[in-house]
Design a protein around this ligand. Structure first.
Ligand SMILES: Nc1ncnc2c1ncn2[C@@H]1O[C@H](COP(=O)(O)OP(=O)(O)O)[C@@H](O)[C@H]1O
Ligand SMILES: [Mg+2]
Length: 238
């Protein structure tokens, strides 16, 4: 019995080690994305904006803008728009500035504006902004999960309605991303990489992940236990 207790302790230690490793990796990746986002913003976006302004100035001076030059200007502006989106994704600045619910709202607004058909979408926060009081690392992870779920809903579901709802349920907080679209096959639910990433991100911050999907639509549900909500006090760890 003692032998197996030791073995179990070793297994648990190994699992915890892997978990910690994965967690550090996730944090390092988030940090890298942020840095790349800032570099792209400060350097590349600034450079392209300057080139675009120079073309404009050149054209303004000549009075006419030749077709080829116009094409180049359009291309650069297209590049700039794409790049701004990449930067926004890499650095969830809205999350820091306005908090979780508003950041999700900005994300949905952006997704909705890119669709041909109108979608009725909303963010409802009944938790009194509890997510904003979580440790920053957890907030970013939750945002990334919701981002993927929202993107999926807008991109794949063909829904007329998409709702993100943050609510408290006893000591628990839940975040639900719901659409009334066409649903997804059970095979996709298990093997698709976007889904797997959401699951992994949730596991790394001890958040429950559930995916329900059927002919009436899809729901991604995150369940956050009360204890996970509190910012950890570093001084208390042994
Ligand atoms: N909310 C949804 N409604 C309908 N289908 C979905 C939804 N989310 C995902 N899917 C389907 O599952 C597939 C896999 O999703 P995902 O792993 O996120 O990959 P990706 O978004 O890159 O295609 C999608 O291509 C789509 O067919
Ligand atoms: Mg996806």
């Amino acid at each position: 019995a003692r032998q197996s207790a030791v073995q179990q302790a070793e297994t648990e230690a190994r699992a915890e080690g892997l978990r910690l490793g994965a967690r550090q990796l996730a944090e390092a990746m988030e940090e890298a994305r942020r840095t790349i986002g800032m570099d792209l913003h400060d350097q590349t976006v600034a450079d392209l904006s300057r080139i675009s302004r120079n073309i404009r100035r050149f054209a303004d001076r000549g009075g006419t803008m030749d077709r080829e030059l116009q094409t180049i200007e359009d291309d650069i502006n297209h590049c700039l728009r794409e790049l701004r989106m990449i930067v926004d994704d890499a650095r969830p600045s809205v999350l820091e500035l306005f908090g979780f619910a508003d950041a999700v709202e900005a994300l949905m607004d952006r997704s909705a504006s890119q669709l041909q058909t109108p979608v009725d979408w909303q963010v409802i926060d009944d938790s009194g902004g509890l997510i904003d009081r979580m440790p920053a690392r957890s907030q970013v992870a939750l945002y990334r999960i919701v981002q993927e779920a929202v993107n999926n809903a807008f991109r794949h579901s063909g829904a007329a309605e998409i709702t993100v709802r943050i609510a408290t349920l006893g000591s628990r907080v839940t975040i639900r991303v719901q659409d009334d679209g066409l649903g997804m096959s059970s095979d996709l639910r298990r093997h698709a990489s976007g889904i797997a990433n959401m699951r992994t991100r949730a596991a790394l911050i001890d958040v429950g992940f559930k995916l329900k999907s059927g002919p009436k639509g899809t729901e991604v549900r995150l369940e956050i236990e009360g204890s996970t909500l509190l910012p950890k006090r570093e001084s208390e760890t042994p």
